[in-house]
Design a protein around this ligand. Structure first.
Ligand code: ZN
Length: 182
């Protein structure tokens, strides 16, 4: 009896190992997760945004997150949002979209690409997205929808023929293990 049970269990396990997994993440979840993973690199205490650019062959061609320009110390420039303009982060910070575009190795490849971003792009990033030929924006959050810079971004996208859609993921979070021995 026991022997039979173990045999059946073994056959079942072997059968399962022969089939492909069914709980794998979708392409869209995969690229958005890479954007979100990149956002973890941000030093901004309030807003962490990541971006991942993908070409028509589903190859990742640019990754970025919000941060200060190259050579500008994260410790010397301000991260605040209030007070005198020059004492806030706004005039200095490079958005994730800008960094993903400028980090991209092959600018030609950006034509017709899709950008995955944590947050719907602002007007400045919308202009950059249009100018490099990116045709599709997939975003997670649209929390600043009504602010003028985001209204302007929508207007730019509509006129320039860039489509945008909010991702509806099949799961709320993805966990990664960095220690496989515990
Ligand atoms: Zn922006």
């Amino acid at each position: 009896m026991t022997f039979h049970f173990h045999n059946t269990l073994l056959l079942y396990i072997l059968y399962r190992m022969d089939k492909k997994r069914t709980d794998y993440i979708s392409w869209e979840e995969y690229f958005m997760s890479i954007a979100q993973l990149s956002a973890l690199r941000s030093k901004d205490p309030n807003t962490q945004v990541g971006a991942c650019i993908v070409n028509s062959e589903r190859r990742i061609i640019g990754i970025g997150y919000n941060g200060f320009p190259i050579g500008c110390s994260d410790d010397d420039l301000p991260w605040g949002r209030e007070g005198d303009f020059l004492d806030t982060k706004y005039p200095y910070v490079c958005h994730a979209e800008m960094n993903a575009i400028t980090n991209s190795a092959n600018k030609q490849d950006l034509g017709g690409a899709t950008i995955y971003v944590s947050l719907f792009p602002c007007n400045e990033c919308a202009k950059l997205i249009v100018q490099v030929g990116i045709k599709k924006v997939v975003y997670l959050s649209d929390q600043y929808h009504d602010l003028p810079v985001f209204q302007a971004a929508r207007r730019i996208f509509e006129m320039a023929g860039v489509s945008s859609s909010q991702l509806s993921p099949s799961r709320n979070k993805i966990e990664l293990r960095l220690n496989l021995e515990s």
